[in-house]
Design a protein around this ligand. Structure first.
Ligand code: SAM
Ligand code: DTB
Ligand code: SF4
Length: 321
């Protein structure tokens, strides 16, 4: 695995200045960085599945699955390995190259359920897909078991900048999240970590998030940038949707700061126009969640995505010749 080392001197002020660059100058610069490090014709496509939905003890203010919020999402048991592998097969047939399984857990607990998740990872790998999981906090010995099962990526988002974190989540800290990322990294699993825009945060908080991600050493291999999907019953239900230019700006800055990472234009695409998404791809996004559902909320229809990619001359990684 090639690990990107960063200049240890990257300052928050520099990241703030980057984010404040006139939009078209920033996109132009980011597009150059993108083309220097990636083949811009390809888009990595991950399909998500919620393998354990709802009833989470954490109080993340954006989340439909928190037991602290009264949302339309019902608590469900862990899906069976067979059901999950059926979904993974369908995702592969539809053109996904990675299958990402999410659980509404605060943290992984050793036992039968974790053993089932390890079987899911093994099964996904046997299908010839990359495997990713997002299961909450993780201890080093659990990360080692996931690595042994063949896991490629662990997703654990920092969500927002340090100055805004405790306005959104009180039941765990940003440092808890960083500790899990260390366990993932030390086990030799690729790190997937990003955040959410549109939770009432300032530009400075967004700069803090990017600074924290870009100064991880090594940098994350995968960086999802989500736009809040405002869910009825959550504390952030009434939050105004973020302007599309802020999404483009943040993606462009992430691309400049983390040249080798794959940057994912993640949640929130259903509410974005094709034109705004095209701008995000130009600014350096080279990954999407694919399939008509994210974890509990809608994602664009696969046919709409296929049309958009074709119009832009982009190809899903799985169709790479
Ligand atoms: N429980 C685990 C955790 O929190 O890490 C894994 C599942 S959690 C749903 C995964 C990530 O999805 C969150 O960290 C957050 O960044 C993102 N997410 C959740 N709800 C969202 C929403 N309504 N809008 C945008 N992103 C969201
Ligand atoms: C990520 O950054 N975004 C995904 C994935 N990692 C796990 C989750 C998006 C969830 C959107 C809200 C939902 O569908 O519940
Ligand atoms: Fe949602 Fe994960 Fe927070 Fe639980 S820990 S409330 S599943 S984001």
């Amino acid at each position: 695995m090639t690990r990107t080392r960063v200049a240890p001197t990257l300052s928050l002020t520099e990241v703030e200045a980057l984010l404040a660059t006139p939009l078209l100058d920033l996109v132009f610069r980011a597009a150059g960085v993108h083309r220097a490090h990636h083949d811009p014709r390809y888009v990595q496509c991950s399909q998500l599945l919620s393998v354990k939905t709802g009833g989470c003890p954490e109080d993340c203010g954006y989340c439909s699955q928190s037991a602290h919020s009264k949302t339309p999402v019902k608590r469900e048991a862990l899906l069976s390995v067979g059901t999950v592998l059926e979904e993974a097969r369908a995702a592969k047939a539809a053109g996904a190259d990675r299958f990402c399984m999410g659980a509404a857990w605060r943290e992984v607990r050793d036992g039968r359920e974790f053993d089932s998740v390890l079987d899911m990872v093994r099964g996904v790998k046997e299908l010839g897909l990359e495997a990713c999981v997002t299961l909450g906090g993780l201890a080093p010995h659990q990360a080692a078991k996931l690595k042994d099962a063949g896991l490629d990526y662990y997703n654990h988002n920092l969500d927002t900048g340090r100055s805004h974190f405790d306005k959104i989540i009180s039941t765990h800290s940003l440092d808890d999240r960083l500790q899990t990322l260390s366990a993932v990294r030390d086990a030799g699993i690729h790190v997937c970590s990003g955040g959410i825009l549109g939770m009432g945060e300032s530009r400075t908080a967004r700069a803090e998030l990017l600074h924290q991600l870009a100064t991880l050493d090594p940098q994350p291999e995968s960086v999802p940038i989500n736009s809040l999907v405002a869910v009825e019953g959550t504390p952030l239900a009434g939050e105004q949707r973020i302007d599309w230019t802020e999404m483009v700006r943040t993606i462009a800055a992430a691309r400049v700061l983390m040249p080798k990472a794959v940057i994912r234009l993640s949640a929130g695409r259903s509410e974005m126009t094709d034109e705004a998404q095209a701008f995000c791809f130009l600014a350096g996004a080279n990954s999407i969640f694919f399939g008509d559902k994210l974890l509990t909320t809608p994602n664009p229809e696969p046919a709409r995505d296929a049309t958009l990619l074709a119009k832009l001359g982009l190809t899903a990684v799985a169709s790479r010749k």
